[in-house]
Design a binder for this molecule. Sequence first.
Ligand code: ADQ
Length: 476
Amino acid sequence: MGGSVLARLVIVSNRVASPKERAAKAGGLAVALREALNKQGGLWFGWSGETEVDPPAEPKIFKSGRVTYALQTLDPDDQRSHYAGYANGTLWPLCHYRLGLLSFRRSDWEGYRRVNQTFARSLLPMLQPDDVIWVHDYHFIPLATELRALGFTGRIGYFHHIPWPTPEVFLTLPSHAALVNDLAQYDLVGLQTEHDVRALLTYISSEARGWIGPGGVVGLRDRRFRVAAYPIGIDAAAFVADAKASAASSETKRLKASLAGRTLAVGVDRLDYSKGLPNKFAAFGELLKSYPEHRSTVTMMQVAPLSRGEVAEYRALRRELEELAGSINGEYSEFDWVPLRYLNRPFQRATLAAIYRSARLGLVTPLRDGMNLVAKEYVAAQNPENPGVLILSRFAGAADELSGALIVNPYDAEGMAEQFNVALTMPLEERLERWRANMDKVESNTIHHWCETYIDDLTHAADMMSDVLDHRQAAT
Ligand code: ADQ
């Protein structure tokens, strides 16, 4: 097959960022993928966002620059089983270690596979044998199986944006064996951290009876593929520029005026139960209770845009947070100070950068998170001469890299409050030292570096594997 770096790139993801979406609004990942597609020329394939009974078998196609967009419409029942059912009702809680929230229905599993089959049939006619296909996230684990069944033998890679659970947790999934067989149909399986890689490889060697070679090369029955960690990054330079520009913006002025000299602690998370929002609210309440000197001097702002409102657990979480925010504010507010500002709306990147830079504390305390890009964005947005302190959950993938953060356990409200207090009283010298350590990581491992490394490894996956296989053969 050969490994021309300029092979055409095909990206598959559930939501496709429209070419009209401006960089300020699209996430860093969408922008970086679009850049990679523009560089190599390519195809971005995914769901159109629409459902229709008896949908057309072919995707809607349009072009923008060197990129072709292909969007497939789905049958409404299939889409429900796929998205709200198996992807977000089964795999999301499973991969975030929330077995109490996991629902498994065979009809969802079948719908999930059917949608992957539909996507494969719709994509196949557009593929060329030399294409490099990069599939994103847990909505599409069986896509390679379906493409191989239709005869595609070229390079296919998969990146899993969320954590990979340890074998004990993964085994609770009735379809565990089938999913790992699906992964084996890829050439390169990318995960966020070494911890995730170990979890998957342990399952493969202990439960699936595969073998593990050097460099994460795996043999599972007749398949050979690689599993490796690719910690995702952000567009650090863009955040630095936005944050710098924000220093004089009218939004920053309004924010500062509203704080009236008080210290700001900020959290920015999708409204999702993996993000540990009730725990964070409880820890802030604990701070106000146990460290009364901070009352009236610190304001917490939690930005939490609504997400997946069609799933019952998310509606319940929203109610819980409204109650918690109400009770903290009811208990501690003064006539001129509201301790917790809670906003359910999205912001443009420049506004987020302004909020991050104005905040002395960045509160990133998920119960589990593949990486958590907010942690990196908060670091990038800081004023290098007077940086804030990142409070980071040990269960976020980002904790592996950001050694300058104050690492907390989100299940321990009192422990978190203690660390909030440490951050609020931390001298400038220590803040500078910690920030520098974090910023070095954020600047060296950017989203561009991540994209290039993954695409390069996928493009050359066959060569990397044949080295290991030769070595293995020579050894036996
Ligand atoms: P998410 O769970 O969405 O991503 P995260 O990594 O924090 O989590 O990314 C969220 C992104 O949304 C950030 O870029 C952030 O700026 C943006 N965002 C959040 N709130 C916003 C708001 N109010 N307005 C505008 N933008 C907002 C999944 C995985 C993560 C993994 C990423 C990338 O769950 O673990 O890090 O994919 O792989």
